[in-house]
Design a protein around this ligand. Structure first.
Ligand SMILES: [Zn+2]
Length: 324
């Protein structure tokens, strides 16, 4: 890409003071300061040189207070560079043409690509689709992420892995504070994290609402910090939504089903912040350890119960994730 280079004096003339601080001095704007953070169709351009850098198709509500995207408009249009500012190991995102700072990119996020491009709104200029450049046939958002915790993740993984429309299920930890927790940390109940599953699904085949129904059938949402003999905050009932609409759907589903329970539903509904994938030996635990007592006595009957109740959602296991 042909670069655009200007002196700092020239940039000062082109950019507003706020843009200059972010784009040329790598500043970070205050969260929730974005004036245009809406979700219309269109393209987000570099505010300094007008190169298209993100598209509305990849925009999602991360609830961080900064506009967030799961992929760039075109990989050629941005550059990623390591950024060790203040000892924080991050990856900076700059415009590939004028090398202005745009924001940072984070990995292991609950997005279709696992990435969150966290941008400064002043570094971007939005052009609604009808006004300019309707994006060519870049793929539609065809997958979505759901994250649920309802007791031991060894139980939830085999249930959701058998649901038609679920593409993959990953056990992990979320909802707490500790960075990069281990199973040991989490099992001591000190991290604030819950054992959860991250479900990547195709919303044209199974909806978030349907997954929620299956989730509630898979555990008891009325026992605080406990599922059966598993006791501790890591076993709490929790829904970590990845969009505002998921939050609404989750609240509505609880309203709909609450009368069916004798006790109050204590399920937490919170936005996903970080998801940490569990250690390898927790993946496919039920499939790999069928002879273990926990699998025979706890997981298998639970799976059968949900399967009998919701036959229509279940698929042959060979059709989905375990064939990999
Ligand atoms: Zn630029």
């Amino acid at each position: 890409m042909k670069k655009i280079r200007k002196s700092e004096q020239e940039w000062k003339k082109i950019l507003t003071p706020a843009q200059y601080v972010v784009m040329r001095e790598k500043g970070t704007e205050t969260p929730f300061s974005c004036a245009w953070d809406k979700f219309g169709e269109g393209v987000y351009h570099c505010a300094a040189c007008d190169l298209p850098v993100f598209g509305s198709e990849a925009k999602y509500d991360s609830e961080t207070g900064w506009p967030s995207y799961f992929e760039p408009y075109d990989l050629e249009n941005i550059e990623e560079r390591p950024d060790d500012f203040m000892g924080m190991k991050r990856t900076e995102v700059i415009c590939a043409r004028c090398e202005s700072h745009l924001g940072h990119v984070f990995e292991n996020e609950p997005t279709p690509t696992g990435k969150r491009y966290c941008m400064n709104s002043v570094a971007l200029k939005f052009r609604p689709a009808k006004q300019k450049m309707k994006r060519d046939k870049k793929q539609q958002k065809d997958t979505e992420i759901a994250i649920f915790g309802g007791g031991c993740f060894w139980c939830l993984e085999p249930i959701f892995s058998r649901i038609s429309g679920v593409l993959d299920v990953t056990p992990g930890y979320a909802g707490g504070k500790t960075k990069n927790p281990t199973y040991e940390d989490v099992s001591k109940g000190r991290t604030g994290h819950a054992e959860v599953v991250r479900i990547n699904f195709d919303p044209s085949k199974v909806t978030y609402k349907e997954l929620l129904k299956l989730f509630f059938s898979s555990h008891d949402p009325t026992t605080l910090n406990r599922q059966g003999n598993d006791v501790g905050t890591q076993y709490r009932s929790i829904i970590l939504y990845t969009s505002r609409s998921q939050k609404e759907i989750a609240k509505n589903v609880i309203e709909e089903i609450k009368s069916a329970y004798e006790n109050k539903i204590v399920t937490e509904i919170v936005s996903i912040n970080e998801f940490y994938e569990a250690e390898e030996y927790h993946h496919k635990y039920f499939e790999k350890n069928p002879e273990k007592a926990y699998c025979r006595l706890v997981i298998a009957p639970k799976l059968k119960k949900v399967q009998d109740k919701h036959k229509e959602y279940f698929t042959e296991i060979s059709e989905n994730v375990y064939k990999k």
